[in-house]
Design a protein around this ligand. Structure first.
Ligand SMILES: Cc1cc2nc3c(=O)[nH]c(=O)nc-3n(C[C@H](O)[C@H](O)[C@H](O)COP(=O)(O)O)c2cc1C
Length: 145
């Protein structure tokens, strides 16, 4: 199976998560990691894992633009989405907010099958080992779908 991890990152946190996911799944699948703005085609990708941090209450524009640009190609693909943000530290108080303001703008641009979403807590260039492990476990499970 070919997995394409498409992400953007301003301070490196989301990039660290993307690379950790690569490391976790490359034993089981062929993996390609690319910044959203560098993706030309998704032709060979069977599963696309999309990652973005949240800035000023929104996913990064480059990732939203990637989803718009590749909308037709995404129609018959499996996708999964992860976001990295501060807000998740506030727990159940912000669950609705995260779903409606951070996740929804991404998933509503994806015409194909979304097999998973994940919310991770990230700092500015740093992410805890616990969150990295969570991302790795999540990604390995995606391969079973
Ligand atoms: C200027 C700025 C604005 C941010 N805005 C939000 C926000 O609106 N909501 C949130 O949950 N996190 C927010 N964050 C936290 C980032 O999403 C978090 O630090 C993330 O790990 C950064 O990822 P990156 O290093 O891949 O760019 C903000 C961080 C910065 C520096």
């Amino acid at each position: 199976m070919k997995v394409c991890i498409v992400y953007d990152s301003k301070h490196g946190t989301t990039e660290k998560v993307a690379e950790a996911i690569r490391e976790a799944i490359e034993k089981y699948a062929s993996v390609e990691v690319k910044r959203a703005s560098n993706v030309e085609t998704l032709k060979d990708c069977e599963l696309i894992i999309i990652g973005t941090p949240i800035y000023y209450e929104r996913p990064l524009k480059s990732v939203l633009e990637f989803l718009e640009k590749h909308s037709a190609e995404l129609e018959d693909k499996k996708t999964a989405v992860f976001i990295v943000c501060f807000a998740v530290a506030f727990g159940s108080l912000v669950r609705w907010h995260i779903q409606n303001h951070y996740i929804k703008p991404l998933v509503e641009k994806i015409p194909g099958e979304i097999i998973g979403t994940l919310v991770l807590k990230g700092g500015i260039g740093s992410v805890s080992e616990g969150e990295i492990e969570k991302a790795k476990r999540w990604a390995i499970k995606l391969l079973d779908f």
